[in-house]
Design a protein around this ligand. Structure first.
Ligand code: GDP
Length: 472
């Protein structure tokens, strides 16, 4: 992929009624294209950088002819043009941002005029792609821009801001520097064995490799939670009819949402709501009763419930603590085996008739916590939320989100980097030839480079920037 030199344009703000809408133009020649549609006190090509100019956006003259009515050019909107000059702009290219009146039409007409005047419609994320290709942002920062736009909780926004500010990039750069030093030592031994006194990798280099692998491990430690913060998770409620799933769903949300009745199997469909637990956007899904049999409509509900539970991050399995276990409970336990399950022992306001040991003995759920709650009195709800936070990886307030790895692409690359480093340290310890150690260290550096974007193929870039909205 090469740095493009054409002029791109797009509406940068969301469609819909608003006070302002912004149309952005970027590229060498952006000022000339902008002048094609702008009538102000002076042409934008001559104005100073970082200045704003009031004027009118008009349909561009083509072939020197007059406007459509034979009079002056057709007016499109009254605008303010902000002028940025390379390299001091978002893309590091010449950029003009037209602030138009809000609503769909003014910005769309200004955009159409710019396209007529020689700009090309930007692809999703293309402004940020140019910022990356022109070296203003590294890839971690560029991806953080998309995360920032999509963040649904404050923690998710803080995480994106930390990556935009370069916290993760700096840690990875520092790590790469150490690895390059180690690599230089190893390669010096390979190339000039006589001068440096042998080909064996010295102990301190082995330690450095091991230390770097451990640092990567530390970065990856908070990854599960950071990913949950970044992407949000689905928590599906499981449990036989009438154990109090809908009641608990409402209690957790603090509002009446699902239909609660004393008739088994009445929540026929999936009902989902969003809540926040430890900074994670949790989509809580209440499902139709998990009852075998029943009518056809109910059977569809049961099927959807099972499918939903399979797709979810955690299943919140609700049991009625005031009744003994039923075969249906056991059947559900069997289906949940091997999944992340949190157990809520509901109706704790009533006399207990369910021995905790009998729940713990159920296949597949033994390792998970069981929390006593009452959807009716609200007792135990805080403990249930805390336990859910723990399952999400946020126990004790969660690991610090500064410089953690949240993006699955980063996690995957850094795991490969760590594995290569461990192989490098292992090979060095066994006294294998320096070439092998060097090869693994290089592999590790390449993996880290993928994260910052220093070694990336064009297809991967397209995939990454394709998630952006147009105009960003
Ligand atoms: P679902 O079929 O699992 O969704 O169960 P519902 O939420 O519809 O509740 C079934 C019945 O149990 C209703 O009569 C609820 O009022 C009652 N119930 C739910 N939770 C509790 C609880 O914590 N304590 C008591 N005493 N009753 C509850």
């Amino acid at each position: 992929m090469h740095v493009a030199d054409d002029v791109i344009a797009a509406v940068a703000t969301a469609a819909g009624a608003a006070s302002l809408a912004v149309v952005r133009v970027s590229g060498a020649g952006a000022l000339d294209v902008a002048d094609g549609i702008f009538r102000g006190s002076s042409p934008l090509a001559g104005v100073a950088a970082n200045t704003m100019h009031h004027g009118w956006a008009v349909w561009p003259r083509t072939g020197g002819g007059a406007g459509p009515e034979g009079g002056g050019p057709e007016r499109l909107d009254e605008v303010v043009a902000a002028v940025f000059r390379a390299p001091h702009s978002y893309t590091r290219e010449d950029v003009v941002e037209f602030s138009c009146h809000g609503g769909r039409l003014p910005a769309q007409r200004v955009l159409a005029a710019l396209l007529h005047a020689g700009a090309r419609l930007a692809r999703p994320g293309e402004f940020t792609l140019r910022a990356f290709l022109n070296g203003r942002l590294d890839l971690v920062q560029a991806e953080a821009v998309a995360d920032l736009i999509q963040a649904e909780t404050r923690a998710a926004q803080d995480l994106a801001l930390s990556q935009l500010a370069g916290d993760l990039s700096r840690r990875l750069d520092a790590l790469s520097e150490r690895l390059i030093d180690a690599l230089a030592e190893v390669e010096a031994r390979v190339d000039f064995a006589e001068d440096v006194g042998g080909i064996e990798v010295p102990e301190r280099v082995i330690d450095a490799l091991g230390g770097a692998a451990a640092d990567l491990g530390g970065l990856l430690e908070g990854a599960a939670y950071a990913r949950a913060v970044r992407e949000g998770v689905r928590v599906v409620m499981a449990g036989r009819p009438n154990v109090g799933k809908s009641s608990l769903f409402n209690a957790l949300l603090g509002q009446e949402r699902a239909i609660v009745t004393a008739v088994p199997g009445t929540t026929r469909d999936l009902v989902s709501e969003r809540l926040e637990v430890a900074g994670v956007s949790v989509t809580l899904v209440d499902t139709a009763g998990w009852r075998e049999g029943g009518d056809a409509v109910e059977a569809i509900g049961v099927e959807r419930a099972r499918a939903a539970a399979e797709e979810s991050y955690v299943a919140l399995w609700v049991l009625d603590r005031s009744a003994p276990l039923e075969d249906e409970d056991r059947a559900i336990a069997a289906r949940l085996a091997g999944r992340r399950v949190l157990v809520a022992l509901n109706k704790s306001d009533r006399e207990a008739r369910l021995a905790p040991a009998s729940v713990a003995a159920l296949a597949g759920v033994a390792a998970h916590q069981a929390i006593e709650v009452s959807a009716v009195t609200g007792a135990g709800l805080d403990a249930l939320r805390a336990a859910l936070a723990g399952v999400l990886g946020a126990a004790d307030g969660g690991p610090s989100l500064a410089a953690t790895v949240a993006n699955p692409r980063h996690v995957e690359a850094l795991e490969r980097a760590r594995a290569a480093l461990e192989r490098a340290a292992g090979a060095a310890r066994e006294g294998l030839p320096g070439e092998i150690v060097a090869l693994e260290v290089r592999e590790s550096l390449a993996c880290i480079g993928e994260v910052s974007g220093r070694v990336l193929g064009a297809d991967l870039l397209d995939r990454i920037f394709g998630r952006f909205c147009v105009g960003k």
